[in-house]
Design a protein around this ligand. Sequence first.
Ligand code: DP6
Length: 364
Amino acid sequence: MGTDGSAWIVSRTARAPSNIAVIKYWGKRDEDLILPLNSSISVTLDPNDLSATTTVSTSPDFDADRLWLNDKEVSLSSHRYVSCLKELRDRATDVKDEKTGIVITKEDWKHLKLHIVSKNNFPTAAGLASSAAGFACLVFTVAQLMGIKESFPGELSTIARRGSGSACRSLHGGFVKWEMGKRDDGKDSIAVPLAEHHEWDDLRIVICVVSSRQKEVSSTSGMQESVQTSPLLHYRAKEVVPKRITEMEEALSKRDFSSFAKLTCADSNQFHATCLDTSPPIFYMNDTSRRIIGLVERWNKSEGSPQAAYTFDAGPNAVIFVPQKSGGALLHRLLYEFPPPEGMNLSSYVVGSTELLEALGIDK
Ligand code: DP6
């Protein structure tokens, strides 16, 4: 009850960006705790571009936990939501809401129900890591509401990980490593920041939305099938990725675009080769994705050194990394190969920063 005896509602809102892996996570050693077979590295995107915004409210009037995702009510009965909310409730503290003066005790949180409203500003499940942004945002916002403080570095990332593995990396900005960890309880399987965006501030990211359709094979079931049937996946996790993680960390610390680009493209290609090595094979990329790979490879070859790097998560959309000085040239090449459909003007076909639009001669 409020101080005047009326029913009350307390809310928090937060935004979490999506992330794109440059050294991929694919395969779990523990399905319940979501412990990966290998460490991974990603870059967290700008929240203005691809992010989830979540509002979590609580009130004594609510009689059940409920979730609305992009305006549609979604069941919270799945194991992943249940474990995230349990982990969060276990850590809830006494809080006083500054706005209303309402005090909620640790004991109250055991009974109070949550209403969660979350929206993505990009297509869900089209290989643009919507679940990563969604779970990171949910965990972060509930933690704010419940006054949760981490008892060890990365604790919140271990909770986001229980929602979706890649979500743990979205709790930090810039380049982020998800340490696979060694422990069976997952306490050391955490996300750690490697370098902030501003430390490599001339790197630009171009996302080519090849399709906004929902993917046919989810990452979760795709990686389960790969773990069961792909010999390449096990070789990759054990022999290839550990070395690549070290090399990628070195490339990032030196801002060495050439090594970064080679490792990023190689890792994306090996991830998709692993999908093809799965039985039945999984195809996330399509002909347009492969044309984009061809375009970047031809450009890099003709210049004699990497000008751009591509990567594809579990979907056909391309993410291209390019140093700022080559951004305009990349966009011109992409537009030459993939002109806007008839009747569509350039300013609706290409959206983004002023700098990017200026490179194409488009006024905002
Ligand atoms: C290809 O994190 O979506 O994007 O842990 O089962 O929820 P679950 O899978 P998810 O898988 C992401 C796979 C990937 C690579 C990556 O982000 O590292």
